[in-house]
Design a protein around this ligand. Structure first.
Ligand SMILES: Cc1cc2nc3c(=O)[nH]c(=O)nc-3n(C[C@H](O)[C@H](O)[C@H](O)COP(=O)(O)O)c2cc1C
Length: 222
């Protein structure tokens, strides 16, 4: 049985393109694999807390020396990391806000990319002391944006701080393989937007087939 962690980051509950696509992904996955398990976090509606000075101090306090207050401060982080660790596939459905990820999604990332949990730090490794602890997962990024041309060689390629940022972080999520489904042109609401939506929906069953096939095969990264 495969576990899929689904993170929804749009602040909109109504008419959210990324939410609707994420929901479709889940529905189609379960149609294909009814026994699989989805773990769901609606961080768009209920954003995780921002990390604070005391949170950082708690993280850097050895586990056996943490106070009850510090353990309480890290409780959400512990749960979110547990959910991530259980997942074979991570689906993040998110809008682009101000050319990057919503603050709620950054808050989730800050809660889970944590020393001695999702990465270790060792200066003996030289100039690259951070090493992720998780691996073998698939990451599916489902994004929606109002403008267009954020792809490689696109007119706004250098303004895209959503996909590239999440790709950089993906190794700390344990993702070895990343797939993106991107809707563009929402603010134009024209034929190009319609085409972009159609192509996103069309790509979902194909992507599910590819991932489930890899998960079932012995050379799967998971
Ligand atoms: C606060 C805010 C900031 C946005 N910033 C951008 C942006 O920088 N670039 C862009 O192309 N679209 C931007 N948009 C448009 C959204 O990305 C677009 O409406 C998207 O469809 C929202 O996702 P959703 O439909 O899942 O809610 C922004 C929208 C909002 C509400």
């Amino acid at each position: 049985m495969t576990a899929i962690l689904h993170i929804d980051a749009s602040a909109r509950k109504e008419r959210s393109i990324s939410r609707t696509l994420g929901e479709t992904f889940k529905h189609q996955w379960l149609t294909e694999k009814p026994a699989d398990r989805f773990i769901y976090r609606d961080i768009g509606s209920t954003p995780p807390d921002f990390i604070s000075e005391s949170w950082i101090a708690a993280v850097f306090t050895p586990e056996e020396k943490r106070t009850d207050e510090q353990n309480l401060l890290l409780a959400l982080s512990d749960v979110l990391i547990e959910e991530l660790s259980e997942a074979d596939v991570i689906v993040i459905s998110t809008p682009m806000y101000n050319y990057g990820m919503p603050a709620s999604l950054k808050a989730w990332i800050d809660q889970i990319v944590r020393i001695n949990k999702t990465f270790t730090f060792d200066l003996n490794r030289g100039d690259f002391p951070l090493e992720p602890t998780l691996s073998g997962k698939f990451l599916v990024l489902i994004t929606s944006c109002g403008e267009f041309g954020f792809e490689e060689n696109g007119a706004r390629e250098t303004m895209n701080h959503l996909g590239p940022h999440l790709r950089t972080l993906s190794k700390y999520l344990g993702a070895d393989e990343i797939h993106e489904i991107n809707v563009e042109y929402q603010e134009f609401g024209d034929k190009r937007h319609k085409r972009s939506i159609e192509s996103a929906y069309k790509s979902i069953p194909e992507l599910i087939k590819r991932i489930t096939k890899k998960l079932a095969s012995p050379e799967s990264p998971v």
